[in-house]
Design a protein around this ligand. Sequence first.
Ligand code: ARG
Length: 460
Amino acid sequence: MKLWGGRFESGPSEVFERFSGSLDFDRRLIDADIRGSQAFARALERVGILTSEERAQIVTAFDQILEESSARSFYAGATDEDVHTLVIRKLKERAGAVADKIHTGRSRNEQVSLDTRLWLRDECDRVRGLLCALMGALLKLAGAYPYAVIPGYTHMRRAQAVLWPHYLLAYFEMLARDWERFGEARRRANLLPLGSGALAGSGFPFDRAAIATDLGFEGITANSMDVSADRDFALDFLFAASVTMLHLSRLAEDWILYSSEEFGWMELGDGVTSGSSLMPQKKNPDSLELIRGKSGRVMGCLTSLMVTMKGLPMTYNRDMQEDKVPLFEAGDQLSGSLEMARAVVESVKLHPERPASAAEESWVVATDLAEALARAGTPFHQAHQIVGRFVLESVRGGKKPADWTPEEMRQFAPELTGDMAVLLDPRRGMQSREVPGGTGPEAVASALAAAKERLERMTL
Ligand code: ARG
């Protein structure tokens, strides 16, 4: 069926129908389309286009169509241009002539915006729930090894020792910001576009605020041309999805390394790894590699819609129909990745002695020593020089921090007093980093407690 045709002498060619149809993908909006159309029927009653009997007939028919729509046969043989057309055809089949009134004063341009906003709202809620579940798993893993020490890296070189929970809390912060970003995306999408018409505003005096309340929107959009032209809400979602995937991808990259034979810090569960068809010894981190790989796909979705939108003249252009595939694709890949990441986090066994010895065998304590010298009165630049030479001497002599005695240290440089020798143990230097947000054990314990409280509030 088509919602137009009077002006045409012949119908669309088969190739154009096939090329332009969107039912294959926009059928995912069917719930939203029906819920929106039911609210619109109530609005039509309020402006006197539908009687209350007609409205009731339409709303009931829509309820039945919604129920039927979960059956496979529902779409069999459908050649409708898009989901909006299909829904109206189904209404006609069920309710008869009264269906001809449902599109009074409404355009598909505002309808598609409405449907997408409704879909996005639910999707944001779902994603936020999955983010909370993942954050919860990270906090649990942090609590399982509260005192484990790892070398923190810059430039992929051992830099300073940090606590394992401190490292995990860094990801907690990223995901908490993602949770907020999806809240923002939801908030901006949560305005009613209906009443905008095709681009100029509806010719019927709808009480837009009442329709907004009916559909649970926070308010109404302010400009009808903006509604027809705007896909910012989709871009907001795609950006939030891309940044979340970026975070998951970095976590994946870390753990692909940390679980390798070279690092040996952790073991990933059997349930989230795969073997090799040829090499019997292999236990591969495919789940993490796929998260990393899918992040590229999601970022591609953002780029795709950005490029689609950038040159469009005001207002609606059919190009905009191409927003849905990337939107659904990003939502699906993101949800799958969040679920997968959670399962991986829940499967991890840390071997705390491995990262601890990586920290002990390296010079992650150098900064602790330099700062101790500065605290004792040596200007920091000189302290840096002294410790730099101390490290050079150690590297030349093949000495690890633990190989030095206090006497030898003092002999090397009189500023390195005996009491500073304790700082050769990376755990000791960490105790000076009790600044809020630092890796001092007390700072980390309270950060962990604070994160748990924040997560509880997010889950509400
Ligand atoms: N299927 C179209 C889309 O997704 C709906 C809007 C159609 N509007 C139009 N003027 N052809 O964008």
